[in-house]
Design a protein around this ligand. Sequence first.
Ligand code: CDP
Length: 222
Amino acid sequence: MIIAVDGPAGAGKSTIAKLLAEKLGFLYVDTGAMYRALTLKADNQNMDFSDIPGLVKMAEKTKIVLEKNKKGKTIVFLDGFDVSDAIREPIITNAVYKLARLAEIRQIMVSWQRDYGKKHSIVMEGRDIGTVVFPKAEIKFYLDATAEIRAKRRMIELKEKEIDILLEELIKQIEERDHKDKTRKCGPLKIDDDAIYIDSSALDIPQVVDTMLNYLKDYNEK
Ligand code: CDP
């Protein structure tokens, strides 16, 4: 079974998709982490983001592995190195779009992502999971929240990492990233016709997970 969870930055996808996967005993796959890891590699190698053949060559020689550690945290390995923290740095967050907008790169990512669905039941989160990666996913959720709420949630995460940023600045950054995600030609973020739309602005994490589980129950009883 494939469950797709799409939506904009900070809507709570990671936390919720992970919890849902745990409850169902499914594998959780964070596709944003894959785009981030590849961006980190390109950045480390001082790649020119307009050199598409060079980036494709680099991607084809890259191994990204997502693994769960004993505490349940997803560890991201890039060519054998743990980059779980490095990929969350603001410099990477703000650079991912340069790779994510390239059709040639997305094609490679999509094929890696489809491989996960061949072997396991999965909860996969991202931007184009229901629309492109698994258009026939049994269940598709689109998780949303207002930009202000999403920025507030992101601010709490950044505070934990001792990164100080004004809320207004964060709202601006989130809206800019949403705009880039929604307007790119290839694999844009959009609400699929058959997706279940959940606005999490006024819901806490367990409430969203329960809402999803209820939809799943209905699906299984059909
Ligand atoms: O954690 P956050 O919601 O901020 O972002 P993420 O899920 O880690 O994804 C980082 C970036 O990767 C997004 O802004 C997208 O541009 C890109 N991405 C994508 O293009 N397609 C996906 N399936 C997942 C992420």
